[in-house]
Design a protein around this ligand. Structure first.
Ligand SMILES: *Cc1c(COP(=O)(O)O)cnc(C)c1O
Length: 406
C-alpha cells in the first residue's frame, strides 16, 4: 500500500467523525453570522484609529460581537492582549487582590500560567498576596468533586478551569463536563467567580463555557477564535461587571475600556471570527487524520480515535526524543513558511523545559495553523494541532509518512 492508499484507508474510517464536525461547524457558522447581523457590522467597523482611540467603534463592537457569540454579557477583544498567557494574566490580575484565594480544579495550570500565579519575586499573583490551591483530577481524568468540595471556603474568590490539555496526558473537558462542575460549585454554595481558560476549545462544540455557567472565558486569537486570520491578540468575555473590572487592569484604573487604538484596523479580527468555525473544522479533521494514521502505525495518541474531541490538540507519544524531534521537523518541512528550516529544541520564554516547536506559519507562532510542539523530555509527547485547510494537513501527513512507515 503506498502512502496515498494508506491515507485513503484512514479517511474511510473517519466519515462519521467528519460528518459530526461539519454539523458543528454549520451550527457555529450560523451562530457567528447571526451575531454579525445583530450587531449590524459594516465596513466602518474595520477602520483603524490612532492615539487614545476615543470612540473607536471597531474595537467596541468587536467586544460586543464576541460577547454575543459566546452568549456572554460583555467582552474585550484586542490586539493589545498579546497572547493567551497575557490575556489570562490580565484577567486574573483584574479579578484578584491580596488575601484572595484562587482554586484551580483542573490540575496544574498550563506551563506559562504557573509563574503568573506563584512565581517568586517577579510580580506574580503570589507576590501580591493571592493564595493558590489546586485540585488534581481523578485517575480517570475527570473533576474530583469530593476534593473540590473539601477545598471550598469563604476565602476562595475564583475557581479556575483549564479546558484544554496543555502539555499533559489528559483529555480536554467538554462543555457538558464544565457545566456539571459549575452546577456542583453553585449547589455547594460557592458564589465566587468561575473562570475558564478556553484556549484551543472555541467552536469545537456547539456551546462555549460561558453558556454552561462560567463567568469569564479567555483565549488567544492566534488559536481557534482568530480563524487563522487575526494577526495577534486575545479575548476575554463574561459578566459585564467583571469585564469592566478587568478593563481597568488592562488599561488603567482611571480609563478602563474607553481607550485603545489600532492603526491597522480590525478587518482581520472580524473576518477571522467569521472564518473560525470553518477553520476549527479543518483543524479537527486534520487532527483525526493524523490520529488515525499514527494509531495504524502503532503510536499511542490522544484523544483516542473513537472518542469525540473537546479541543483541537492531539497528543502523540514517541518512545524516544529522536522520533519526537523527527515528527516535529517533518511538520515544519511540510509548512508553507520557513519550510526549509530544521527545528531545534530551545529555551522558550515562559517554559522550564526545552521546547521544540514546528510553526511554519503565516502568523508567527499561530497554532491554529499546522503546528506541533512539546517539551523534549519523557514521555516524549508531541502536541499536534491546527491546519488552515484539511488538504494541507493531508499533504503534511503524506510527507511525514515516508519517514514513519520506514
Ligand atoms: C496556548 C495555551 C495558553 C496560552 O498560550 P500562549 O502561547 O501565551 O497564547 C494557555 N493555556 C492553554 C491550555 C493553552 O493551550
Amino acid at each position: 500500500m503506498d502512502n496515498k492508499q494508506f491515507i485513503a484507508k484512514c479517511e474511510e474510517g473517519l466519515k462519521e467523525h467528519y460528518k459530526r464536525i461539519d454539523d458543528t461547524a454549520y451550527f457555529n457558522q450560523c451562530k457567528v453570522t447571526e451575531a454579525f447581523l445583530q450587531n449590524r457590522i459594516a465596513a466602518r467597523h474595520f477602520a483603524g484609529t490612532t492615539g487614545y482611540g476615543y470612540g473607536d467603534e471597531g474595537r467596541d463592537t468587536l467586544g460586543k460581537l464576541y460577547a454575543d457569540v459566546f452568549k456572554a454579557e460583555a467582552g474585550i477583544v484586542s490586539p493589545h492582549l498579546l497572547s493567551g498567557t497575557h490575556s489570562l494574566s490580565v484577567a486574573l490580575f483584574g479579578l484578584l487582590k491580596g488575601g484572595d484565594t484562587m482554586l484551580c480544579i483542573s490540575g496544574m495550570p498550563y506551563d506559562t500560567i504557573r509563574p503568573v500565579i506563584f512565581g517568586e519575586n517577579i510580580g506574580s499573583l503570589k507576590d501580591l498576596g493571592v493564595n493558590f490551591e489546586c485540585c488534581d483530577l481523578t485517575a480517570q481524568g475527570g473533576f474530583d468533586f469530593e476534593k473540590i468540595g473539601a477545598h471550598l471556603s469563604e476565602s476562595i474568590k475564583l475557581v479556575y478551569i483549564q479546558r484544554s490539555r496543555g502539555y499533559e496526558l489528559r483529555e480536554a473537558f467538554s462543555c457538558a463536563q464544565i457545566g456539571e462542575v459549575c452546577q456542583y460549585l453553585r449547589d455547594s454554595g460557592y458564589n465566587g467567580i468561575i473562570f475558564v481558560d478556553n484556549c484551543y476549545g472555541e467552536f469545537v462544540e456547539k456551546q462555549e463555557p460561558t453558556e454552561v455557567g462560567a463567568d469569564i472565558c479567555v483565549g488567544s486569537l492566534i488559536k481557534n477564535a482568530g480563524g487563522g486570520l487575526a494577526p495577534t491578540g486575545g479575548y476575554i468575555v463574561g459578566k459585564s461587571q467583571l469585564i469592566e473590572q478587568i478593563g481597568r487592569r488592562f488599561t488603567a484604573p482611571s480609563i478602563g475600556l474607553e481607550v485603545g487604538s489600532y492603526a491597522l484596523g480590525y478587518q482581520y479580527f472580524y473576518q477571522g471570527l467569521f472564518m473560525a468555525a470553518h477553520t476549527v473544522a479543518q483543524a479537527l479533521k486534520t487532527s483525526f487524520l493524523i490520529g488515525m494514521a499514527m494509531t495504524e502505525l502503532g503510536y499511542k495518541n490522544y484523544p483516542a480515535i473513537d472518542k469525540i474531541p473537546y479541543d483541537i490538540t492531539r497528543c502523540i507519544q514517541f518512545d524516544s526524543a529522536d522520533k519526537m524531534i523527527d515528527f516535529i521537523r517533518g511538520i515544519q518541512y511540510a509548512s508553507p513558511v520557513d519550510g526549509f528550516v530544521s527545528c531545534e529544541p530551545w529555551d522558550m520564554p515562559g517554559y522550564d523545559d526545552k521546547i521544540i516547536m514546528a510553526a511554519g506559519t503565516f502568523v508567527s507562532g499561530a497554532s491554529i495553523e499546522l503546528s506541533a510542539d512539546g517539551p523534549v523530555k519523557p514521555p516524549y509527547a508531541a502536541y499536534f494541532q491546527g491546519g488552515l485547510t484539511y488538504e494541507h494537513g493531508k499533504y503534511a501527513l503524506e510527507r511525514i509518512l515516508d519517514k514513519l512507515r520506514k
